[in-house]
Design a protein around this ligand. Structure first.
Ligand code: HEC
Length: 176
């Protein structure tokens, strides 16, 4: 099994069956040009629920979203490039609330050369929702197109995010 995991880490097929559960298997250096930002928006909103902590605008603020309870990093101001975003989202940031989103993280040492048993009780990295490699690439495309480097959130960005529920969700940004 370990050998199989290593093969995957070096770029072999993206999916691997473990005990009848299909676990997401991420390749180390994916081709980020394959990402679909509109599909990535679904991952941000509903699959990975990044919005719960980073807010609809990715600025770590709640806006008017009642689901956005926890202030987190401002992704609009992040200096991480696509590869670093990918690694951070897969592996999370141990010691913080930022969860990891790859089901096999910390089962082997692909994240920061660390495995679960390296952490003291209570210090273990937080596990978030896990998703497929393609969803991760789509998510990165979304972050890069709509969030990273975008300055203050605007009404237009808000209406793009909320779509049919924009009138209610974005009124606080009107005339700004
Ligand atoms: C449970 C809350 C929570 C969720 C859910 C969450 N994050 Fe985070 N995230 C955080 C916190 C808190 C930090 C800041 C950690 C620190 O103190 O460095 C962070 C940091 C980050 C960073 C590092 C930014 C930088 O410049 O260093 C990235 C990138 C990130 N999150 C992306 C995401 C994405 C994408 C998702 C959805 C797949 C997500 N996060 C889900 C709480 C969360």
């Amino acid at each position: 099994m370990l050998q199989a995991l290593k093969l995957v880490a070096f770029g072999a097929p993206a999916l691997l069956c473990l005990n009848s559960t299909v676990l997401a298997e991420f390749i180390a250096n994916p081709d980020f040009t394959q990402g679909d930002a509109e599909k990535g928006k679904q991952v941000y909103q509903r699959v990975g629920v990044c919005v719960n902590c980073h807010g609809w605008a990715g600025d770590g603020q709640a806006g008017r979203n009642p689901m956005a309870h926890a202030a987190a990093a401002n992704l609009r101001e992040t200096e991480l490039d696509a590869q670093a975003l990918y690694d951070t989202i897969r592996c999370g940031i141990p010691g913080t609330q930022m969860p990891y989103h790859d089901g096999v993280s910390y089962k082997d040492d692909r994240c920061y050369d660390l495995v679960m048993s390296d952490f003291d009780a209570g210090q273990a990295p937080v596990k978030g929702k896990t998703f497929r490699e393609k969803q991760m690439i789509d998510l990165i495309a979304y972050l890069e197109e709509y969030i990273v480097g975008h300055g203050k959130p605007t009404y237009e960005e808000c209406t793009h995010y909320y779509d049919t529920s924009a009138a209610k969700a974005c009124s606080y940004l009107e005339d700004k």
